[in-house]
Design a protein around this ligand. Structure first.
Ligand code: F6R
Length: 240
């Protein structure tokens, strides 16, 4: 039986504020927290607030470890469209976290299978993820787990769907430069997090939101796996 907790917010600012309050609570309760991070447009407001709180001395990340959900395959970490670059730009370079405690899947190395295993091992070694933040794709993906992905999947390589390519091409100077595959935590990896926050913002996510609301659980709709987790909070704005 699904136990998703739903928080409706007035707008994107309120969504970001509530999400950052939950982050602050988690990190204050456990300064050595392991946090799972997402990229994309949705968590930017959250990251801005975390940077502000860190600069204001309200919140420290000095003992925090982070693991990102995903990265494109075959993209240099210095490429502006890479998720490495995104995380540095929006969060990591602006807070007091130790760089060596920030993990992002290595999509640019030759042995990608090994990169997947190593990532899982690193998560286990850290003690597992305490709090994972997620966005949702218009097709219901979480991480880059596209429709049809097994709920038993660990970190793996995926072929991106046309829907995801169309949604993310805008981040590349030339749309054809967008990689067609990615490395992503699997659905099982995500569900192993102790707590999950899913952020949903904006009309383009209406269909995915409505489908999640039905409570139906199917591998055709990856976000529906969240109904199997005991501690998921969905914070949303601009959908009903
Ligand atoms: C990003 C990720 C994706 C995004 C999703 C929504 O690391 O894993 O699942 O969360 O594609 O992206 P935005 O927020 O750009 O709509």
């Amino acid at each position: 039986m699904s136990s998703l907790k739903w928080i409706e917010t007035k707008n994107y600012d309120e969504l970001s504020e509530i999400a950052s309050d939950l982050f602050e609570q988690q990190i204050k309760q456990k300064p050595t927290s392991v946090i799972g991070l997402a990229t994309g447009s949705t968590p930017i407001g959250l990251y801005n607030r975390l940077v502000e709180r860190n600069k204001a001395g309200i919140l420290t990340f000095k003992d925090v470890t982070t693991f990102n959900l995903d990265e494109y395959v075959g993209i240099d970490p210095n490429n502006k469209a890479s998720y490495h670059y995104f995380m540095n730009e929006h969060l990591i370079d602006h807070i007091d976290i130790k760089k060596e405690n920030t993990y992002i899947p290595e999509g640019h190395i030759n042995d990608l299978e090994k990169a997947c295993h190593v990532y899982e091992e690193q998560i286990q070694k850290s003690g597992g993820i305490d709090l994972q933040v997620l966005g949702i794709g218009v097709n219901g993906h979480i991480g880059f787990n596209e429709p049809g992905t097994s709920f038993d999947s660990l970190t793996h390589i995926v072929e991106l769907t046309q829907s995801t390519i169309e949604a993310n091409q805008k981040y590349f100077d030339k749309p054809e430069d967008m990689p067609k595959s990615a490395i992503t935590m699997g659905i099982k990896t995500i569900l192993q997090a102790r707590k999950i926050i899913l952020l949903i913002s904006g009309e383009s996510k209406q269909d995915a939101f409505s489908r999640l609301r039905t409570g139906e659980i199917t591998e055709d709709f990856p976000a529906s796996s969240l109904h199997l987790h005991p501690d998921v909070t969905v914070i949303y704005s601009g959908v009903k």
